[in-house]
Design a binder for this molecule. Structure first.
Ligand code: NAD
Length: 254
């Protein structure tokens, strides 16, 4: 505990799944939290959990695909705590699971606007502050789908590959200012996003199949991804930047 003492962390997509687990873990490590999501009641619940874990926090309903809303989120963090040490770009959505004949530009743009531009906007508006302080850590939640093919979920996979590449370019842009930018690449994790997959598998009595795509032979928990986000966000990763760390039970190893 205490690894993030006196640090302020913004987490997007904090109302559910991996973002909520990261908020709780960061709270235990002493951070001040600035939590963003579009789901108001669930975001308030995350804030209550943060406070139960002894930390301070504020929330803002934010669509990360809207630059003005992201700008207001960054302003809220600075007003509330006077500094931003960590930004976790974790909000994400999936697109349609359809074949080539049914691809729709609108759907691709919707997925890109959240999964890629969401991170572009927070970094754009947090970077001046971080550069001035010559300190900062950004962690983007990408996916194994951005490393290997994600058949069916083409827009999602391509957006996560774009996010991994953007992680590297942002790391190059900001490295000279001691601002680090990394990504985690989760495998299959049980969260709100994957609930339909889990519900379907369970309804067919095939839950064990969900783990079969990785070497550890099980799916992951949000807390296991949050632990990797904490590592990359904290000072223990002080010489790591521009990297995309799979947290996938070995999925990408095989
Ligand atoms: P989740 O659906 O439980 O949480 C995602 C959160 O993001 C939700 O609370 C949602 O309201 C929020 N969100 C969506 N669009 C938003 C927007 N425009 N602005 C602000 N908030 C928005 O899913 P999760 O699995 O915890 O997802 C977190 C991240 O992890 C995502 O980027 C996802 O792509 C990534 N990921 C998840 C898995 C998995 O298996 N669950 C695997 C790889 C990557």
């Amino acid at each position: 505990t205490g690894r993030l003492k006196a640090k302020t962390a913004i987490i997007t997509g904090a109302a559910s799944g991996i973002g909520r687990a990261a908020a709780i873990l960061f709270a235990r490590e002493g951070a001040n939290l600035v939590l963003a999501d579009m789901q108001a009641p669930a975001l308030a619940e995350t804030l209550a959990m943060v406070k139960d874990n002894g930390a301070q926090g504020v929330t803002r309903i934010t669509n990360v695909a809207d630059e003005q809303e992201v700008k207001a989120l960054i302003a809220l963090a600075l007003e509330s705590y006077g500094q931003i040490d960590i930004v976790c770009n974790n909000a994400g959505i999936t697109g349609q699971y359809v074949g080539p004949e049914e691809w729709e530009g609108e759907d691709w743009l919707r997925v890109y606007s959240v999964n890629v531009l969401g991170a572009v906007y927070t970094i754009k508006h947090a970077a001046p502050h971080m550069k001035e302080r010559r300190s900062g850590a950004i962690v983007n939640t990408a996916s194994v789908a951005g490393i290997r093919s994600g058949a069916g979920g083409n827009a999602y996979s391509a957006s996560k590959a774009a996010l991994i590449n953007f992680t590297m370019t942002a790391a190059c842009d900001l490295g000279g200012y001691n601002v680090r930018v990394n990504a985690v690449c989760p495998g299959l994790i049980e969260t709100g996003m994957t609930k339909p997959v889990f519900d379907y598998a369970r309804s067919k009595g095939k839950e064990e199949k969900l783990g079969s795509r990785c070497e550890l032979r099980r799916y992951g928990r949000p807390e296991e991804v949050a632990a990797a986000i904490l590592f990359l966000a904290g000072d223990e990763a002080s010489y790591i930047t521009g990297q995309a760390l799979p947290v996938d039970g070995g999925n990408t190893a095989s």
